[in-house]
Ligand binder design. Structure first.
Ligand SMILES: Nc1ncnc2c1ncn2[C@@H]1O[C@H](COP(=O)(O)OP(=O)(O)OP(=O)(O)O)[C@@H](O)[C@H]1O
Ligand SMILES: [Mg+2]
Length: 491
């Protein structure tokens, strides 16, 4: 067998000789004291017929399963030649592992059903060839986030709700090892010396790792899963995150090159919304995106994607978001998209918006459009630009056209709660006007939030002339009117 060490590697050191009266592997009682009883199927069998059967990764496996797994895993590692295995393609390596694991199982007289054996084999293959216990979670497209808090606690977010899974790692060393495997693919490292790391999985999922000693209970790994079917404005309408008229208005805002700031809390859907808005950009525009970990999925043909870089071990070589945005200006961009504005790059982005790069966009962490404006102000103030407050405000008014607010409500649903225009200044105060707001009315018996999007009755948004310039005036007027009619219907 290719990839397998000589047979002596398998029998004497790892696998104890069979007892003389041993029965065949699949029917044998548990062999010896080293292999505990395996009852992983027991819990599923007692499940009530009407309840949905939990998937393997949601089930809490008994301790005995992990004992068996680690015995078989150790035997496997002693038996195979990892360098040779690494040269095989995934399928061949899998077959190889399958053969050896089956052999170990039968030599050790482990009692297992075929299904349990398959599950164990799958787990072991994932450990050797992939991201270990994370693999089944990574394979699911309904998961938004995977949060690992040390080796034995893994949470996921599905449909806006947190759930604890039964997934666990062998120990913190295995978890750290898998984190290393993930970040090394983008040329980074995570260890005691550099315990914080941002990375990306090959599929585009965003990854953050913080390792001990900073994370006290073992590595904390957070993955924002990449959605294969990226959400579009039509999907947001389907999920009732926005009304169809609201979606049309956002589409127009994206197309007619309004400068947009998307504001929202963590995981509220800012990046998704940014993706949707960029979907409305004409295909002949040159777009440059700047992100910490590239997440955006622009569909246009003329896109340059840039990513920041953390400093190396000597603390040198960092490329900040500000460096990227400044450099963008020399790349003849038509639109600049900043994944997340969180520091002094706010100043450069506003300047870019102000100087002929209309249609630039960015996201920012804030809980309301008002708060978004004051966050922008404070980012610029803290960036050391020593500008008077009024100048900063004027700059914001002169640059930002629209603020779109995304919110994750407590029932897990995500809504666009405000589409707000920045219209001008009165004295020292920035004046905004809401085109749409989401109003919460109450909560139903199942805990779902009841609410509705309300039009504020503005017939002519501030970006009307821009819409006219792009020949979108009619569509905008229609959408505003429909929103008004819906409002009258609701009343
Ligand atoms: N309107 C929506 N309806 C349902 N799911 C959504 C909606 N918007 C976003 N999501 C899902 O929510 C998750 C988080 O979305 P997203 O990455 O856009 O959030 P974010 O605000 O950018 O988060 P972060 O602050 O971490 O950058 C994703 O899995 C996304 O598919
Ligand atoms: Mg985001």
């Amino acid at each position: 067998m290719f990839g397998k060490k000589s047979d002596q590697g398998l029998s004497p050191s790892i696998v104890p000789p069979k007892p003389p009266n041993a029965t065949p592997a699949h029917h044998a009682p548990v062999a010896g004291a080293t292999i505990p009883d395996l009852k992983i199927g027991a819990k599923a069998a007692t499940q009530h017929a009407a309840e949905p059967k939990p998937t393997a990764e949601m089930r809490q496996k008994p301790e005995s399963y992990y004992d068996i797994k680690s015995t078989i895993f150790n035997a496997l590692i002693d038996a195979i030649d990892l360098t040779q295995l690494g040269q095989l393609d995934r399928e061949a390596a899998r077959d190889e592992i399958r053969d050896i694991v089956n052999e170990i199982i039968s030599l050790k007289d482990v009692v297992m059903s075929i299904a349990e054996q398959e599950e164990l084999l799958e787990d072991i293959c994932n450990d050797v060839l992939g991201y270990g216990p994370l693999e089944p979670l990574l394979a699911r497209d309904d998961i938004a986030d995977i949060m690992v808090n040390g080796a034995s606690t893994v949470f996921i977010e599905v449909n806006g709700k947190m759930q604890k899974t039964g997934v666990r790692f062998r120990d913190n060393a295995q978890l750290l090892n898998i984190c290393q495997r993930i970040v090394s693919q983008v040329g980074r490292r995570v260890d005691e010396a550099s315990p914080i790391c941002d990375a990306r999985l090959p599929d585009g999922s965003r990854v953050n790792v913080i390792a001990p000693p900073l994370a006290i209970d073992g590595c904390a790994l957070t993955i924002r899963k990449f959605k294969k079917d990226r959400l579009k404005l039509a999907d947001l309408t389907k999920y009732k995150s926005i009304t169809p008229e609201g979606a049309t208005i956002l589409e127009i805002i994206g197309r007619v090159r309004c400068n947009v700031l998307i504001s929202g809390g963590t995981g509220s859907g800012k990046t998704t919304l940014l993706n949707c808005l960029t979907g409305c950009v004409d295909h002949d525009e040159r777009i440059i995106t700047c992100e910490d970990a590239a997440e955006l999925q622009l569909q246009q043909p003329h896109v340059v994607r840039l990513e920041t870089r953390p400093p190396n071990l000597e603390g040198e070589g960092a490329i900040t978001m500000r460096d990227l945005v400044k450099n963008c200006l020399r790349m003849r961009p038509e639109r600049i998209i900043v994944g997340e504005v969180r520091g002094p790059e706010a100043f450069d982005l506003l300047q870019a918006m102000n100087t002929g790069h209309d249609g630039s966009m960015g996201t920012l962490h804030a809980n309301s459009p008002r708060e978004a404006i004051s966050r922008l102000e404070s980012m610029i103030t803290m960036g050391g630009f020593s500008l008077p407050s009024k100048t900063i405000k004027e700059m914001i008014v002169g640059s930002i056209d629209v603020i779109v607010q995304a919110t994750r409500l407590r029932d897990g649903s995500r809504k666009i709660t405000h589409v707000t225009e920045v219209v001008g200044m009165e004295g020292d105060v920035i004046i905004t006007q809401d085109l749409f707001v989401y109003e919460i009315v109450g909560e139903d018996a199942a805990g779902k939030i009841i609410g509705a999007h309300r039009s504020t009755g503005i017939a002519r948004p501030h970006f009307w002339d821009r819409a006219r310039y792009y020949n979108e005036e009619r569509r905008l007027a229609d959408a505003m009117e429909k929103a008004e009619q819906r409002e009258a219907g609701n009343a």
